[in-house]
Design a protein around this ligand. Structure first.
Ligand SMILES: NC(=O)C1=CN([C@@H]2O[C@H](COP(=O)(O)OP(=O)(O)OC[C@H]3O[C@@H](n4cnc5c(N)ncnc54)[C@H](OP(=O)(O)O)[C@@H]3O)[C@@H](O)[C@H]2O)C=CC1
Ligand SMILES: N[C@@H](CC=O)C(=O)O
Length: 421
């Protein structure tokens, strides 16, 4: 039997998960690819860490050992940022090596250049793991929804943020404690501000938009918004209104492009993402033929991420890549377009001090429902308004938080104040 040599860039949560999976499933690989698979070399930053690695694998901190390796046919890229990974991936593709990546920052920033060089060299550049780890999202939209039109997408694609909000609520722990747990569990990015400030979800939304619509989204000026500012009181107030706050991305096709948002959003019980808790990612696709489709599963962590990566490797190694060749259209818009959804009217859950309620009424804004927290006296109100107006209130500190509501308001008549007891 022949041998397939795989290199790995980065040996953290993901790199180690891929390495262990390759060795744990050696026989399974051999039976499907008809070759022995092994990892002769892995690249890391520090040579001083203790690692669980076989004798046949060399651990190096010099990229040249990977770049000039004579037998590598696939390299798995699992590094934490785009800046350092880009020259490595570019060089490998240029040398005719297939690359499988989990690095959404790299693909959101340099995807077009890398896809183009891969195409020129006739090699694969695949990255199923980069959006929803173990959930086969890219495969579904690229290979199974080509005749369908996709009107809109709502998704939870940052497991760390979803986990933090779930744990703050269910275990009544602080943001810092929940983030610490997410880091221990291997969900968070090496720099966790990418998770909690919305950047990880922003890269994923951009990548998903490029995959489905072949253009970049139009973002509101304050995008992305993360979960860092959310307090347990806000979660409680939203719950008392009958909703839940979720770290949501939204892409919506319009006549002038695709509007994108990355922001904590209120969902009501009838929303398909209402019950998605913990590290799970879930994606709702509104299609014009199949209807509403929801994909859900673990979106971060060692083995769910390794799962997507080894499946991409299988795809390459079984020559399905050469036969079916995933096609990528060139992006229609290269840069970000100015936002066109600032003027849209939406329903909002606005959190403020009780004093602001009268000002809202004086401005003729209808309050559909409101609840007051018994101890903090903070008020949560459901109102309708234009994004730019509500955001201006927030900027001027008239209100403390403003969360958009997916699906409008379930309240039929203007609400009466409810004091939580
Ligand atoms: N964790 C997850 O659940 C998921 C992560 N991803 C993506 O996968 C990638 C890896 O994530 P994860 O494994 O969690 O990250 P980790 O921080 O756990 O691991 C990063 C690895 O990269 C190495 N590294 C860092 N900088 C360099 C460099 N300049 N040159 C060579 N090696 C370097 C580190 O080396 P050393 O060990 O010496 O520090 C470490 O082994 C990221 O892009 C992430 O967004 C995607 C899906 C899920
Ligand atoms: N940090 C990311 C990992 C997967 O992409 C997340 O929490 O979803």
């Amino acid at each position: 039997m022949s041998t397939v040599d795989v290199g790995i860039l980065g040996f953290g949560t993901v790199g180690e998960g891929v390495y262990q999976t390759i060795y744990d499933r050696k026989e399974r690989f051999a039976s499907v690819i008809k070759a022995n698979i092994r990892v002769p070399v892995v690249l890391v930053k520090s040579l001083h860490k203790k690692r669980n690695i076989n004798e046949e694998t060399v651990v190096t901190n010099e990229f040249s050992h990977i770049e000039t390796h004579p037998t590598l046919s696939i390299v798995v890229e699992a590094m934490p940022d785009a800046k350092n990974a880009y020259p490595y991936v570019y060089s490998l593709l240029k040398r005719g090596v297939h690359v499988v990546s989990a690095n959404k920052e790299l693909i959101a920033q340099y995807g077009e250049q890398l896809r183009s060089v891969a195409k020129e060299e006739g090699v694969a550049f695949l990255y199923e793991a980069s959006i929803a780890a173990g959930v086969p999202l890219l495969n579904t939209v690229q290979n199974a929804l080509n005749i369908n039109g996709i009107h809109s997408i709502e998704a939870i694609v940052n497991g760390t943020s979803n986990y933090i909000l779930s744990e703050m609520k269910s275990r009544d722990i602080s943001f810092a404690e929940a983030l610490n747990d997410a880091q221990d569990l291997g969900y968070a990015e090496a720099d966790p501000s990418k998770d909690v400030d919305g950047w990880d979800a922003y890269y994923k939304a951009k990548l998903l938009c490029e995959t489905i619509y072949h253009c970049s989204p139009n973002w509101p000026i304050d995008s992305p918004l993360g979960i860092r500012e959310i307090e347990t009181t806000d979660l409680n107030l939203v719950e008392r209104l009958g909703g839940k706050l979720k770290p949501l991305i939204r892409l919506e096709k319009t006549t002038s492009g695709v509007n994108g948002t990355v922001e904590p959003t209120v969902l009501w019980t009838n929303h398909p993402l209402f019950e998605v808790e913990g590290v799970d990612h879930a994606i709702v696709l509104e299609t014009d033929l199949a209807g509403t489709l929801t994909l859900q599963g673990p979106g971060a962590g060692k083995y769910p991420t390794a799962s997507a990566i080894v499946e991409d490797m299988f795809y390459i190694l079984t020559s399905r890549y050469k036969r079916e060749r995933k096609t990528w259209k060139t992006l229609r818009t290269k840069g970000e377009e100015p936002c066109q959804n600032e003027e849209n009217r939406l329903f909002w859950c606005v959190i403020s001090s009780s004093g602001f309620v009268d000002s809202v009424r004086k401005q003729g804004v209808m309050i559909w429902e409101q609840v007051q927290h018994p101890s903090t006296k903070r008020i949560a109100m459901i109102i309708e308004g234009k994004r730019n107006v509500i955001k201006q209130w927030h900027q001027n500190k008239y209100i403390e938080q403003a969360y958009p509501i997916s699906g409008g308001t379930p309240f039929k008549v203007e609400g009466k104040e409810k004091v939580l007891g």
